[in-house]
Design a protein around this ligand. Structure first.
Ligand code: SIN
Ligand code: FE
Length: 291
């Protein structure tokens, strides 16, 4: 069962007592969610105007900042420059929060995409594979991680509505259930996918398995209905963090959220032996990435 740890910290640059830090580390590296109801990402009165779906371009699911460029947004030049500034501010705040809670991660934090999600979490017609209202662990077809972690910081900036997730059973329980269903990749396919730039670099056996677990969980409607799970509501103003490659999660409701993705090498972790790579290697009895 996913562990939920709620902390009293009320800023993105908190002073964190040692025992609180230890609890946060244990929770997140064991596949739990750390929730900070009082760490609110504040928008100024003028910035509140961005709480509207009209800022999204209608094609992309999210407005996102990858490096300097704002993608998926629509609007006037000055508005979009201001929105990019807000997204950038969230990125900086999120990185600071991670460093305060998990000091060991700080020198390793590799900032990836920052997103603002002005569309409702559910309601768009999407294929089952893209349906994030089904329990899943994150794994991205185009971006092999070779065991590196996907750490995410989320903030619900909706003043009136919670963001609601379901979270599921442990990573290991899910992996034991679905590993036998994953077919081996076609021989040579990793090289072909990389050559065609479908993937950024080679897809390791680990990445193949993580995609398989993502797909198997989403495709199994009985699992979706009957697997051990609980509903968690993130109230307005709440910030939360988890390793989304480890926590079974599903977005059920909500609108207006910021999200920061941070990649961490395994060597950044306090307990790499509890990471998905180590769990899968233990279950299968062989190495899943090249040394
Ligand atoms: C996801 O990461 O699967 C969706 C999270 C959300 O939209 O709340
Ligand atoms: Fe996800």
């Amino acid at each position: 069962m996913t562990d939920i740890l709620t902390l009293d910290l009320d800023s993105f640059a908190p002073t964190v007592a040692r025992d609180v830090q230890d609890a946060a580390i244990r929770t997140i590296e064991d596949g739990g969610v750390v929730v900070l109801p009082k760490a609110t990402f504040a928008l100024s009165a003028a910035e509140q105007r961005f709480l509207s779906p009209t800022w999204s371009d209608g094609h992309a699911k999210n407005v996102s900042l990858d490096g300097r460029r704002l993608k998926g947004a629509r609007g006037g030049g000055r508005d979009l420059a201001e929105l990019a500034g807000v997204v950038e501010r969230f990125a900086t705040a999120a990185a600071g929060l991670v460093a305060a809670l998990f000091p060991r991660y700080a020198p390793y934090e590799k900032r990836a995409r920052t997103s603002f999600r002005p569309q409702p979490a559910v309601g768009r017609a999407v294929s089952w594979r893209k349906d994030d209202s089904r329990l899943h662990v994150d794994a991205f077809p185009s971006r092999p991680t070779h065991g590196d972690r996907i750490l995410r910081v989320f903030s619900n900036v909706n003043p009136a509505e919670p963001r609601v997730w379901r979270v599921g059973e442990s990573f290991e329980a899910m992996a034991r259930r679905f590993l036998p269903r994953i077919r081996a990749p076609l021989p040579g396919s990793a090289v072909v996918l990389a050559a065609l730039h479908v993937t950024k670099g080679l897809r390791s056996e680990y990445d193949h398995l993580m995609l398989g677990l993502h797909d198997c969980a989403k495709a199994d409607l009985t699992y979706q209905r009957e697997a051990e799970q609980q509903t968690v509501a993130f109230a307005p103003g709440t910030t939360w963090l988890c390793f989304s490659d480890q926590v079974l999660h599903a977005a059920m409701r909500g609108q207006y959220m910021f999200e920061q993705t941070i990649h961490l090498p395994l060597s950044a972790l306090y307990a790499p032996e509890r990471a998905p790579l180590a769990i899968l290697e233990r279950l299968l009895g062989h190495a899943l990435v090249l040394a």
